[in-house]
Write a protein that binds this ligand. Sequence first.
Ligand SMILES: Cc1cc2nc3c(=O)[nH]c(=O)nc-3n(C[C@H](O)[C@H](O)[C@H](O)COP(=O)(O)O)c2cc1C
Length: 219
Amino acid sequence: MDCSLCNPSSIPKPTEGVSGTIKVPMNTTPPTIAVIAGSTREGRFSDQAAAWVAAELVKHGATAEVIDLRDYDMPFFNESVSPAMLTTPYTHEAVVRFTAKIKSADAFVMVAPEYNHSTTAVLKNALDWVYREWNQKPVAFVSYGSVSGSRAVEHLRLIAVELQMAPIRNAVHISGDKYFGMRGGSMTAAELFASLQKPVDGMIEQLLWWTHALKAARG
Ligand SMILES: Cc1cc2nc3c(=O)[nH]c(=O)nc-3n(C[C@H](O)[C@H](O)[C@H](O)COP(=O)(O)O)c2cc1C
């Protein structure tokens, strides 16, 4: 079977294929990338995955910070004006802090558990509270679940576009076999993460390209 695209190494990098002449001025300041742990329940896995991705980002030269939604006790969105139309900033203390945190980041990795074939309510609510501060920034995804959390990520990609973000192609999708096996004791979380080195490197490589490109474009 001819399957040139089955081999990840044959997939063009963002700098290839579209135009060999595209040159992005690379900002020398390390970009700040926020990793959002997408669940808050007792016994969650998203905090472990977020800490791992943050450490991998640092290895690639980025400044990384984990955003734990447990630290931002935001109500379900209940304002009369949507954040896209906002002229007077919201005043809820946790929303103000969360918005400032999003503003300070150049890019995001969303750790996306799959709840009922979609993203978690707590992550969607956090996305809904902010608008301009998400705009024109790239986002990558790490997911897990029976079909690798891919349904949650596909929904998040659509949401990200409406938030004027740039969802990047490469993601880390942890298969159900591996993920639920690890939860059942077949391997440790460290062993699971070690098995994901290639996809996480590929994801970070793409994310950094877009981070530098969009940071330069935002000025
Ligand atoms: C409310 C709820 C709904 C879930 N729905 C799905 C689902 O649709 N697909 C799936 O693969 N796993 C589903 N799961 C299992 C999750 O993949 C698993 O519990 C995972 O650990 C959740 O991420 P977390 O530990 O970070 O919360 C669901 C779990 C919960 C709590």
